[in-house]
Design a protein around this ligand. Structure first.
Ligand code: ADP
Length: 363
């Protein structure tokens, strides 16, 4: 989606991924196959580009730092990525910046894990510090009896873990902030994200929250992104607590699933603004074009070939904008595409989006 946005502006992209037939290969000008943690592979990529950016946070920050010493322009920077890709360091940075987060602590041993249980009470959430996504890498520890199993499931002996107090939120909300290398910042509307089994399922824009709560979420999200010196479109995931307080869950240093709706629903998408931001171009208007939008993720139903069924039926739904990523294999819960519906009322766009989404399956 970044490549598509770039192409529309007459900007050429070179992508690198481990596989030749990955979704980006179909839409970039040049595709390079290789390991994006190998400095030699990245050097080859960088030699062809004015600026290097990323669309996942798992690229090794140390590798990117090596390239920066060779004057490769990488945005967001390796420093930003180093802070965000370790969730414990990320939380410490947010706390240092005075931003609200759930209480957290390192759990480097089973003794420290037990201390977390005494400190936070039960349930609490145990997380891997690195490489978690879609809830993979998290486990809720319900009682002291779960401590040992939780440690084993997350393989705490080989992966650093940390613990977080359980936040009994009434909603999960998110804000996309886009900061350009020339200092301009734009903020997208606050959205509500609905997760199923820790995977983002539905995004509703705007979130049905009071204007004062929305203003507070925007303030916190903007400060969070500046505190990590984020450049480009950065996702800020927030919890809205029972008493309407806002707590930062985590940052994603890249375009984010909670911003996919912006392609059709906003004057300028998160993807286009990301491209503009890393090139130092003026940022576009992030506001909604119509009063309401809903995005639904289309998830794999089972492992197997990724050919979707029901596409024609979904296309018959008025105003359903369908995006199929062209991933070659489906997996249960894998994000295979999404669809967005925009309109005048949340009720109407939700019902159309749900009716289109349920027609599509990936066997
Ligand atoms: P990932 O990087 O896998 O998306 P997150 O840390 O965002 O991991 O957690 C995934 C989901 O787990 C969140 O969207 C939320 O629903 C739930 N979750 C995470 N942390 C907490 C917490 N401290 N309290 C309650 N629920 C949580």
């Amino acid at each position: 989606m970044l490549c598509i946005a770039a192409a529309q502006l007459g900007i050429q992209t070179v992508t690198v991924e481990r596989k030749a037939n990955c979704p980006a290969a179909a839409v970039s000008h040049l595709h390079q196959v290789g390991d994006w943690n190998d400095p030699a592979v990245l050097r080859q990529l960088a030699a062809q580009a004015d600026v290097v950016t990323l669309e996942n946070e798992f690229v090794n920050a140390e590798t990117l730092a090596i390239l920066e010493t060779e004057n490769v322009r990488i945005l967001p920077s390796s420093e930003c990525l180093r802070t965000i890709q370790d969730k414990l360091i990320q939380k410490e940075a947010l706390q240092t910046a005075g931003l609200p987060t759930p209480c957290f602590r390192a759990t480097d041993s089973s003794d420290e894990l037990q201390e977390a249980g005494s400190e936070f009470g039960y349930p609490f959430v145990l997380k891997r510090r690195r490489n978690g996504y879609d809830g993979k890498g998290n486990i809720t520890i319900k009682t002291a009896q779960d401590l040992k199993t939780g440690w084993a499931v997350l393989d705490g002996d080989n992966h650093p873990l940390f613990a977080e107090e359980f936040c009994p939120f009434k909603a999960e909300i998110a804000v996309m902030v886009c900061r350009s290398s020339s200092g301009q910042t734009v903020v997208y509307p606050v959205v509500e994200t609905v997760q199923k089994e820790h995977i983002c399922h539905i995004v509703k824009a705007p979130a049905a929250i009071p204007a004062s709560t929305s203003a507070q979420a925007i303030r916190i999200a903007t400060d969070a992104v500046s505190s990590v010196k984020g450049i480009g479109s950065i996702g800020v995931e927030l919890f809205l607590t029972q008493d309407d307080q806002i707590v930062v869950n985590e940052l994603a240093p890249r375009v984010h699933n909670s911003g996919h709706y912006t392609i059709e629903a906003c004057h300028t998408s998160q993807f286009e603004n990301h491209i503009r931001a890393v090139l130092g171009l003026p940022l576009g208007n992030p506001d909604l074009i119509e009063p309401a939008a809903v995005m639904i993720n289309l998830l794999g139903d089972a492992a197997g070939p990724s050919y979707p069924s029901g596409v024609c039926e979904a296309m018959k739904v008025d105003g359903a904008h369908l995006h199929l990523y062209g991933k070659d294999q489906s997996q249960f819960g894998r994000k295979m595409g999404h669809l967005t519906v925009t309109g005048n009322s949340m009720e109407s766009v939700m019902s159309r989006a749900e009716s289109a989404a349920k027609k599509i399956t990936f066997a």
